[in-house]
Write a protein that binds this ligand. Structure first.
Ligand code: F6P
Length: 327
């Protein structure tokens, strides 16, 4: 039987998301509870390659559960995707005696972990930390709830001014190539149209619908567009609408990185704490290379290589709800 693991490392990688600090705190405190030494790896995989690794104590993670961003900082490290970079990373882990890793990040970070662990036999546990909610095998990702609530707050404010001027607003939200932020924020703010990458938008139908609304004097319209949507985002869509409907009073608002910051919601803090706790339990039980999600409020463990391949699906029902409710 393999010797009990004694030292683990934790890192955050890719785009930061609110709740990453809560997950780090859970990993550190659960590790210490079990008598492990826990090391924080700075700036994602870059800190592994450059040996920016430091021991964390229980106090190191005090007063962070409510903070956005990540105390370990983050990056998207190109060097780690080269064999030479991974060799350096492995040598640095060995210097510190680190025998297992918890990686908090998105699917790109899991891809890195999968390659690394298959080359060097280091157990890696992935926690889904991304505002995009674009990973299959979990109902929610750490940061999505906060990001979507930030978007909702902003869109509600935009509706006030849109209403005052009888304007059409196109609001672009983040999500990379996934439409979840757009879908959730659009439904919950009563958006008239929601454009997402998962469903091809007929711009002809969209213009026809706006013209029909114009005729019946429905002048306030909110279109929520996911940044990864096929047509090319809010600016492209605005150009097209201006061409087809030159009299339309239209404004564009791109919400951008405000969606990534801010204090995590209660929901994100709770899922991050649960996932962080279970990540350490997995390493202690010698479970290799899983990604931890939550499905129907229960922990769900999936092989890392499956988590990196699959995306969540958006069913027809969601789009039907949007259409029926926004008349
Ligand atoms: O993956 C999180 C995310 O915020 C995406 O929604 C967005 O496309 C991307 O990161 C932005 O990345 P950057 O911070 O490098 O501009």
């Amino acid at each position: 039987m393999k010797n009990k693991i004694k030292r683990i490392g934790v890192l955050t990688s890719g785009g930061d998301s609110p709740g990453m600090n809560a997950a780090i705190r859970a990993v550190v405190r659960t590790g210490i509870y079990h008598g492990l030494e826990v090391y924080g790896i700075m700036r994602g995989y870059s800190g592994m390659v450059d040996n920016e690794i430091q021991k964390l104590e229980s106090r190191s993670v005090a007063n962070i559960i409510q903070r956005g961003g990540t105390i370990l900082k983050t990056s998207r490290c190109k060097e780690f995707f080269e064999p030479g970079g991974r060799k350096k990373a492995f040598d640095n882990l060995q210097k510190h005696g680190i025998e297992g890793l918890v990686i908090i990040g998105g699917d790109g970070s899991f891809r890195g972990a999968q390659i690394f662990s298959s080359e060097y036999d280091i157990p890696c546990i992935g926690l889904p930390g991304t505002i995009d909610k674009d990973i299959a095998g979990t109902d929610f990702t750490i940061g999505f709830d906060t990001a979507v609530n930030t978007a909702v707050e902003a869109i509600d404010k935009i509706r006030d001014t849109a209403d005052a001027h009888d304007r059409l607003f196109i609001i672009e939200v983040m999500g990379r190539d996934a439409g979840y932020i757009a879908l959730h924020s659009g439904i919950s703010t009563g958006a008239e149209h929601i454009l997402i990458p998962e469903k091809k938008t007929s711009v002809i139908d969209l213009i026809a619908s706006l013209q029909e609304k114009e005729k019946r004097k429905k002048l306030v319209n909110m279109i929520v567009v996911a940044e990864g949507e096929d047509f090319g985002g809010a600016d492209e869509l605005a150009k097209h609408i201006r061409k087809e409907m030159p009299n339309q009073d239209l404004r564009v608002c791109i919400l951008g990185h405000i969606q990534r910051g801010g204090s995590p919601s209660c929901f994100d803090r709770v899922i991050a704490s649960r996932m962080g706790y279970h990540a350490v339990e997995c390493l202690i039980e010698n479970t290799h290379n899983v990604f931890i999600g939550i499905v129907n409020n229960k922990m769900n463990y999936m092989p890392l290589n499956e988590a990196v391949k699959k995306k969540q699906r958006i069913s027809e029902e969601w789009m039907k709800i949007v259409k029926i409710l926004a008349t």
